[in-house]
Design a binder for this molecule. Structure first.
Ligand code: ZN
Length: 178
């Protein structure tokens, strides 16, 4: 069985792609296999990419606290060597923070759907909560059309589905974090 990778999660792949481009996913996979510090030259060979391209990705990851490096001077050449490490829990953490915010928004939306009994105009797109529609005697204030209630179990179901999916992902991400 191949070892499980953090990049198996779609949400992780999307996140990494946004941060550093598609190749970031390969870079993280390679680093996971190495399980120790590595130089940008090593990664560039494995990825068959120019060192400068690898460094560009690493710098983007460093900016987000995902990649950290140690600098050491090569005694012979006097040049600096950089050894990098990937902080996987940090990746999980960043996504968890983001998804928790999204989850809050979904919860609010779900509550709103549940709290109000909405009325829709059959002629235009006006949508009003029960209390307001009742004030207008269920005649659309925009166009005079008749307003009917829609109980929208489909919307509620879809929101709940999204919430469940994110909650499942959060469980997995929390395991990576620890
Ligand atoms: Zn209307």
């Amino acid at each position: 069985m191949p070892q499980k990778s953090i990049t198996d999660l779609v949400i992780v792949r999307n996140f990494l792609e946004v941060i550093g481009g598609k190749e970031t996913i390969d870079l993280i996979k390679i680093c996971e296999r190495k399980r120790k510090a590595f130089t940008d030259e090593e990664i560039s060979k494995k990825m068959e990419k120019k060192v400068t391209e690898v460094r560009a990705i690493l710098n983007k990851l460093h900016f987000r606290g995902i990649a950290t490096y140690q600098k050491s001077r090569n005694q012979k050449t006097g040049w600096y060597n950089y050894t990098w490490e990937i902080n996987k829990p940090r990746i999980a953490n960043l996504i968890i923070e983001k998804q928790k915010e999204y989850l809050n928004k979904l919860d609010e939306k779900k509550n709103l759907e549940e709290d109000y009994n909405f009325f829709d105009c059959k002629d235009c797109n006006e949508r009003l909560p029960f209390e307001i529609a009742a004030e207008y005697n269920f005649i659309c204030p925009s166009c005079g059309g008749k307003m009917n209630t829609i109980s929208d179990p489909q919307t509620q179901k879809e929101i709940q589905k999204k919430i469940n999916k994110i909650e499942n992902e959060l469980v997995i991400l929390t395991e990576i974090k620890e």
